[in-house]
Write a protein that binds this ligand. Sequence first.
Ligand code: RET
Length: 281
Amino acid sequence: MNNLGNATFENYVGLEQGLSEMAYQMVAHVLTLGYAVMLAGLFYFILTIKTVAPRYRTSSVLSVVVMVSAFLLLFAQAGNWTSSFVFDAERGRYFLGDGQDLFNNGYRYLNWLIDVPMLLFQILFVVSLTRSSFSSIRNQFWFSGAAMIITGYIGQFYEVTNFAAFAVWGSISTLFFIHILILMNRVIKEGKEGIPAKAQKVLGTIWTLFFVSWMLYPGAYLMPYLGGLGTDGALFNEIGVVGRQITYTIADVSSKVIYGVLLTVVARYMSIEEGYTDSKE
Ligand code: RET
């Protein structure tokens, strides 16, 4: 009898049903795409830093920090995938390797522990708060960001073995998430006051992008049960396994890279408005 301990559902699928060539490769490719985009983003944020006035440059520096940490952790996550499953030529599918690594999304969670506080902090260097205090918002962002991830990290270990623990930790995490959404909404509302219309419009897009992309993470957490509870739900199989990694990758590219690019655009509009120019003429 196999005992997978607190392993996540990817391992149970890999143990019992196995993964088709298509499912296995799609995950390997989407994980590779993920870290490749982070490396490309790294160059973008370095190369565009001088296009904004010095007071906005901390935002680009924080994007660089996010890119480096996400690149390294997604690289490790991709290696974890390929070392966990082995092709079985007799059955024509990939199965959980015997006595090798188990797959776990924990690399991501620990990456978020760095990136979430940075992403939240970053916008404070682009917008000017009219009523709220910078340090109070920053501290609340950091506290709730870290608490949301640590509680979710614990919860994800129980996704198969203890559904009650999985749901309770996930719910606690959600409370911190709601707090973050309320704070971010306030920051963007205040940030829109008194800035050029073009910059206001981009800030509006940032709110939509933020809301949609951050909501994808709890969606990925719940993925095995979105098609029905229990181990016979419609997504407790390779479709759910692939769906989760695609969801994470879309969320990562949107919440880290596109978000950072849009903040650079806002900073650029504000820099121009303030008479900043990076050309030498
Ligand atoms: C968890 C656990 C289940 C409940 C909720 C979660 C929210 C996670 C979020 C993560 C955002 C990560 C980002 C990473 C970028 O680098 C922890 C999955 C609400 C919102 C933006």
